[in-house]
Write a protein of this length. Sequence first.
Length: 117
Amino acid sequence: MLSLETFRKYCLSKKGVTECFPFDDETLVFKVGSKMFALTNINKPILEINLKCEPFMSLDLRRDFASIIPGYHMNKKHWNTIILDGSISDDKILFLVDLSFDLVYTGLKKSEKEELE
């Protein structure tokens, strides 16, 4: 089962990613440029992560996995909450992290992308 530290290191290994606590001292946010692509509450006993996702894929994932639900406190069309209860493989979770990062990075302004190079 994916740990908080493994998730954190994986997110930070991506180009231009920073971490911060902009909302409170529990909600760890990962950004590429100025945009969020992942967040989690570091104090929950079972790790839950919010990731951005294509709307059509979000529906399929929610149908196929009971531990993927509409994004908590997020735009439910574009964000999923993934409950890391061991029912989804680490590889699948990291694939979804990659997807979220790619969606957000692709949407950055050209000037922001250039700053990250």
